[in-house]
Ligand binder design. Structure first.
Ligand code: 2GW
Ligand code: MN
Length: 296
């Protein structure tokens, strides 16, 4: 079976993946042209990944924002389901960013897991709530995460874990294939095509979903700083990228290729319906109550 393997020092993840006997799958793309693995069900042995990361002392920061009405609507389910499925067996610290710390649900956490709540201001424009996450994440990596965790994963809150989201997803720089675009020709990708935006790009490798990104704390710090800078430059020039932080993330990932890519099993939207290649769902989009949640 063809293996996705790189000897280059720039992608240590793929050498690790090769040494842990990561397999291919005949029905889907499992390797990028720069030799990063695209992780699908059936390719990996979860025990080998868990053992290796325990041995290496990996520890994971999960960042999530629950500002305004998103707190009551999503946070409880998100955190409870993360306890069941996210990086079980590894040390995990939740970093919950909210404008209402007193309303964060009290959830019983398993051993090795803890939560830190960070107060943020509520931006009046939802586009800013989403974009300013980049700044808050890079700040907390600098002040806290880098002293306690090896890896960081950043999540939208409007989702529910439904299956293993484990250490096979850890890597130096990790991006997610967007469930609505992974099977479409590049022509359909909704990159920002305004030359005046820092997120401008004509074409790219994939359309990545900003609902999940991660990596070593160093790489996530570099990514969030770069995206924040792009967002602020755009503001000075009076432009806003088509899909806000997601457009800037796609631009960053074009210039700095991820060392590991997650299949849409890691963030599936059941409204798409049945797809033969989706063999498990690990995280699902929660319903969007736009009419009630997005009105001021
Ligand atoms: C967002 C939109 C409209 C009104 C409110 C909000 C909002 C977002 C909010 O009131 N409070 C809040 O905490 N958020 C956080 O921002 C929350 O963590 C949420 O998951 C995240 C992104 O907003 P969301 O999930 O409503 O937007 P999606 O699902 O359309 O997200 C995609 O596109 C975004 C940019 O437009 C981001 O790139 C996001 O990462 C993508 O998944
Ligand atoms: Mn979302």
């Amino acid at each position: 079976m063809e293996k996705c393997h790189s000897e280059s020092e720039t992608n240590l993840d793929s050498s690790v993946d090769a040494s842990l006997n990561l397999q291919s799958r005949p029905d889907v793309q499992t390797c990028t042209y720069w030799k990063a693995a695209i992780i699908w069900e059936g390719m990996f042995d979860p025990r080998l990944y868990d053992e290796m990361h325990k041995m290496k002392g990996s520890s994971v920061a999960l960042t999530v924002f629950a500002v305004g009405r998103y707190l009551d609507a999503y946070l409880h389910t998100f955190l409870n389901s993360a306890e069941q499925h996210f990086m079980v067996g590894l040390p995990v610290t939740y970093y919950v960013f909210t404008d209402m710390p007193e309303k964060v649900p009290n959830i019983k956490l398993s051993p090795l897991r803890s939560m830190k709540v960070i107060k943020v201001e509520k931006n009046s424009r939802w586009q800013d709530v989403s974009m300013m996450r980049m700044k808050s994440i890079s700040d907390v990596i600098e002040s806290d995460i880098r002293h306690h965790c090896t890896h960081v994963f950043c999540f939208d809150v409007d989702q529910v874990f439904t299956g293993r989201f484990g250490s096979e997803a850890l890597g130096d720089s990790v991006a997610l294939l967007h469930a609505h675009y992974y099977h479409l020709p590049k022509y359909f990708y909704t990159y920002d095509r305004n030359p005046n935006s820092k997120a401008y790009m004509e074409t790219g490798d994939f359309y990545y979903h900003a609902a999940i990104f991660g990596g070593s704390w160093k790489n996530v710090k570099a990514l969030t700083e770069a995206c924040y800078q792009g967002i602020m430059e755009d503001k000075q020039n009076n432009v806003e990228a088509l899909w806000h932080d997601e457009s800037h993330l796609n631009k960053y990932m074009l210039l700095h290729k991820p060392s590991k890519v997650l299949s849409p099993e890691y963030c599936w939207d059941t409204s798409i319906g049945f797809r033969r290649d989706i063999q498990v769902t690990r995280l699902l989009w929660a319903p969007k109550y736009y009419d009630t949640l997005r009105t001021p």
